[in-house]
Design a binder for this molecule. Structure first.
Ligand code: FAD
Ligand code: SF4
Length: 471
């Protein structure tokens, strides 16, 4: 009798949606927007994965997590094994699961994306990371000490990842962080409603459990220079992960009026100094009724959504290109729109207009059209002559990008730097000075959390090889 053909399981084309706070509620609170999968939802989403023999998703992950393996473990409800599998490659999964632009990385390559929604890899990563956080984080056993000491400058994702990997290899690691809290942009930039600070703190605590020492309020270049760390403080190698924390400005007339913030200052006040919790925290912030945020990236979306939550009546995103060119994560653009942020696209500010007290009262803008692609590959915005118009606003937040902090470069003789102020390093983070490595935004210019982590990982591997071969 001919063998009966096995029926192929039906592919579920739509991803299991993630529960969220409704827009009309969340637009006025700082609680997390996306609530995370339940166990049943996570297993259902994991069941969509085809467990491909040649999984394309892995090539899209800068830290090479074995994605099908951890998803299979979720299917089997082996959540503890699943998070262990993720953590073989990623020390900050609860963070990555929340803020990585998966649509441009692992999920972009998922084969299911050709016929429907790709597997929600990020949401599944977040699910297992949160599952573990609820039960308390366990650090792996400490390896035998190598006797080598590494200084890591900056406690952002690049520094934390390099430190974690070096500690796992048995090196003594000290992180020097300029601010009073570790986490970098994760702590001071990305708002609570997208990345709760208890999650960042828990992942920082995990890095500490690996044996990493974190010294906060230590600005390298001031308290010690890199040559001092190597020659006088007994460090065998240094990793620089100081990020791109200096705001860019537009250079327009009126930019110094009262009521105009750089996104950096605004978000640091809101997140790090917790001004949204004033007067419990004593950093007030003035927010007007009509707020314009200039820019189209994640920083702009975070600023606009924070302004809404602080009580602004109308919040505009002013962006000089079209929606298609916006660099922010697609999900965050959608969230901002749902919450009522108004998008004024193909629009650019020309000057800021103040009142008698020197406070912002309006902004003159010009309409734009798109020309040929420029060096960034995006179509160049061109002003349309005579299309100027004025919008009444009493607060403006400039979110047009950030540049590297220059202190290290200025105080480290022999460190090769580009004309944009980023540090020159090869793909393993090796700089022009022996024993000094660098990675993350300080090398690439502003990028993503996961790319900074990938750079930290590669540098940790290279530093380990250097230390083990050093005479
Ligand atoms: P950072 O995170 O900037 O950390 C550098 C650390 O070094 C800081 O803590 C700083 O205080 C410290 N430091 C600087 N100089 C010194 C010194 N001299 N001595 C000691 N310490 C020093 N990416 C995403 O993938 N997804 C997102 O959704 C996303 N949203 C973002 C939202 C905002 C508001 C911002 C600003 C960025 C966002 N990014 C996002 C980008 C991402 O956060 C960065 O690419 C990433 O944090 C870079 O990591 P890093 O470790 O290189 O630097
Ligand atoms: Fe699963 Fe998509 Fe990866 Fe295939 S490409 S293993 S379907 S996540």
């Amino acid at each position: 009798m001919a063998e009966e053909k096995k029926a192929k399981p039906k592919i579920q084309k739509e991803a299991v949606p993630i529960p969220k706070q409704p827009p009309e509620v969340r637009r006025r609170n700082f609680n997390e927007v996306a609530l995370g999968y339940t166990e049943e939802q996570a297993v259902a989403e994991a069941n969509r994965c085809l467990q491909c023999k040649k999984p394309q998703c892995i090539q899209g992950c800068p830290v090479e997590v074995d994605i099908p393996a951890f998803i299979r473990l979720i299917r089997e409800r082996k959540f503890e094994e699943a998070i262990k599998k993720v953590k073989e490659k990623n020390s900050l999964p609860a963070i990555c699961g929340r803020v990585c632009p998966q649509e441009n990385q692992c999920q972009k390559f998922c084969v299911l994306g050709k016929i429907g929604d790709p597997v929600s890899i990020g949401r599944l990563e977040r699910f297992v990371a949160d599952w573990e956080l609820k039960r308390g984080l366990e650090a792996p056993e400490k390896p035998a000490p190598t006797g080598k000491k590494v200084a890591v400058i900056g406690a952002g994702p690049a520094g934390l990842t390099a430190a974690a990997d070096l500690a796992k290899l048995g090196h003594k690691v000290v992180i020097f962080e300029a601010l009073h809290l570790p986490g970098g942009v994760l702590m001071y930039g990305i708002p609570e409603f997208r990345l709760p600070k208890r999650i960042v703190q828990a992942e920082v605590d995990y890095v500490k459990k690996l044996g990493v020492e974190i010294r906060t309020d230590c600005l390298i270049g001031r308290i010690h220079t890199i040559p001092e760390l190597l020659k006088e403080e007994g460090f065998d190698a240094v990793f620089i992960g100081t990020g791109a924390g200096l705001p860019r400005f537009l250079g327009l007339p009126g930019e110094n009026l009262g009521g105009i913030y750089s996104a950096n200052e605004f978000l640091i006040r809101v997140n790090l100094m917790k001004s949204y919790n004033f007067p419990q925290y004593d950093t007030p912030i003035r927010i007007g009724k009509k707020v314009a945020v200039i820019g189209g990236g994640n920083v702009a979306m975070d600023s606009a959504r924070s302004a809404l939550r602080l009580g602004a009546e109308e919040v505009y995103i002013i962006y000089r290109r079209s929606r298609k060119e916006m660099p922010a994560r697609a999900e965050e653009i959608e969230n901002a729109e749902e919450e009522g942020v108004i998008f004024k696209l193909l629009t650019n500010p020309v000057r800021f207009i103040g009142n008698e007290q020197g406070l912002l009262k309006a902004m003159e803008c010009i309409r734009m059209k798109l020309g040929e692609p420029d060096e960034s590959g995006r179509r160049r915005p061109i002003p349309i002559e005579g299309s100027e118009f004025t919008i009444e606003v009493d607060t403006a937040i400039i979110a047009i990008g950030r540049t590297p902090n220059p202190i290290i470069q200025r105080t480290t003789e022999g460190l090769e730097v580009t004309r944009w102020g980023t540090i020159v390093a090869d793909e393993n983070g090796k700089t022009s000075i022996e024993g000094v490595y660098a990675g993350g935004d300080i090398v690439t210019g502003e990028a993503t959390v996961i790319s900074a982590m990938g750079a930290g990982k590669r540098a940790a591997k290279a530093i380990h090889e250097y230390l083990m071969n050093k005479k």
